[in-house]
Ligand binder design. Structure first.
Ligand code: 13P
Length: 252
């Protein structure tokens, strides 16, 4: 049985105090959701320490949104995987399209970040997804295959067994335009096939999350698809009730 995961990517939103209120709100309502759902929240770096403390014992795990490609040293402004892990954080989002697009992250950078994540026992949530023009020109499968081959294929089978993948079509992120459940399923099944070609039967256990304008009103339909194992939620994860109601997309 694959894990069911609902992860919130808070992006660059909330002050630390607001973040603590948000996680408290999620904790307060978590009992309304099937205990089969694994919740993860990924606040900004500045909030991690406090959010880890508040989330302790709640069953909600904490992730970072990024980590440095290097272990330590003269890299002004960077935050290492070791620093993050030492706070009690368990996950790290890597390869988000906003990092690829605005901060020039390439497969080369992401390979280094993956190494740092695994060396520090952080579980990567590795994001892939095509831009609108890539989908419109029918190149989306090639783009996604390359994003996987160039990074995920460098993992050992043991590392791969822990990996979480998120499929986030760029045209659906923050646009209100969600992929249909069938579009999500088509790509998720494709991703699983690409993974199986390399890692064999282990790919059947990989959690593949959908991200892109996922909200309470569409989560259940998207999550009902065979190869969709949950969601990576942006905007709707900033409202505790919405995030919880997305979790209810998995029935009790
Ligand atoms: P939205 O849910 O705001 O579209 O963002 C999705 C996302 O990028 C999560 O990482």
């Amino acid at each position: 049985m694959r894990k069911k995961i609902v992860a919130g990517n808070w992006k660059m939103n909330t002050t630390p105090a607001e973040g603590v209120e948000l996680i408290k709100g999620v904790i307060a309502q978590k009992g309304e959701v099937c205990s089969c759902v694994n919740f993860i929240v990924a606040p900004p770096f500045t909030h991690l320490s406090e959010v880890v403390k508040v989330a302790k014992g709640s069953g909600i795990a904490v992730g970072a949104q990024n980590c440095a490609a290097e272990a330590k040293g003269a890299y002004t402004g960077e935050v290492s995987a070791k620093m993050i892990a030492s706070l009690g954080v368990d996950y790290v989002i890597l390869g988000h399209s906003e990092r690829r697009e605005y901060y020039g992250e390439t497969s080369e950078t992401l390979n280094k970040k993956m190494v740092q994540a695994y060396e520090n026992n952080l579980i990567p949530i590795y994001c892939v997804g095509e831009k609108l023009e890539e989908r419109e020109s029918g190149k989306h499968f090639d783009v996604i295959r390359a994003q996987i081959e160039e990074v995920v294929f460098n993992l050992t089978p043991e590392q791969f067994s822990k990996l979480i993948i998120a499929y986030e079509p760029v045209w659906a992120i923050g646009t209100g335009k969600t992929a249909t459940a069938d579009q999500a399923q088509e790509v998720h099944a494709f991703i699983r096939k690409v993974l199986a070609d390399k890692f064999g039967a282990a790919a059947a256990d990989t959690a593949i999350l959908y991200g892109g304008s996922c909200k309470p009103s569409n989560a259940a339909e998207i999550f009902s698809k065979e190869d969709v194992d949950g969601g990576l939620i942006g905007g709707a994860s900033l409202v505790a009730t919405d995030f919880i109601n997305i979790g209810k997309g998995f029935s009790k």
